[in-house]
Design a protein around this ligand. Structure first.
Ligand SMILES: [Cu+2]
Length: 105
């Protein structure tokens, strides 16, 4: 039975639940164009998703110790989830001079 007191308790506990719930994961975009990652440095939160989209006719990857998109062909995309806080330097496996960094908090 929902008494007035129970209703008040439920109402008061709502903001606490909202604060305890983790923030919704965000999605970020990285463009690959002219053999470069744009932006070259991206700030995210742990658990966020990063979508890499290749605008070059050459295939590329975004590969680090923590994630690897695999081959991304022209006008294709691949997404990775950043597992934890940290700094992730990544390169393209086909073109090691291509460098990017994701900083996750
Ligand atoms: Cu490449």
């Amino acid at each position: 039975m929902l008494t007035r007191r129970n209703a008040l308790t439920a109402l008061l506990s709502l903001p606490v639940l909202a604060l305890a719930r983790p923030a919704r994961a965000a999605t970020h975009q990285v463009a690959i164009k002219g053999f470069a990652f744009e932006p070259a440095v991206l700030d995210v939160a742990a658990g966020d998703t990063v979508v890499f989209t290749n605008g070059d006719s050459a295939p590329h990857t975004a590969s680090s110790s923590a994630f690897d998109t695999g081959r991304i062909n022209f006008e294709q995309s691949a997404e990775v989830t950043i597992p934890a806080a940290g700094t992730y330097d990544y390169t393209c496996k086909f073109h090691p001079m291509m460098k990017g960094r994701i900083v996750a908090r």
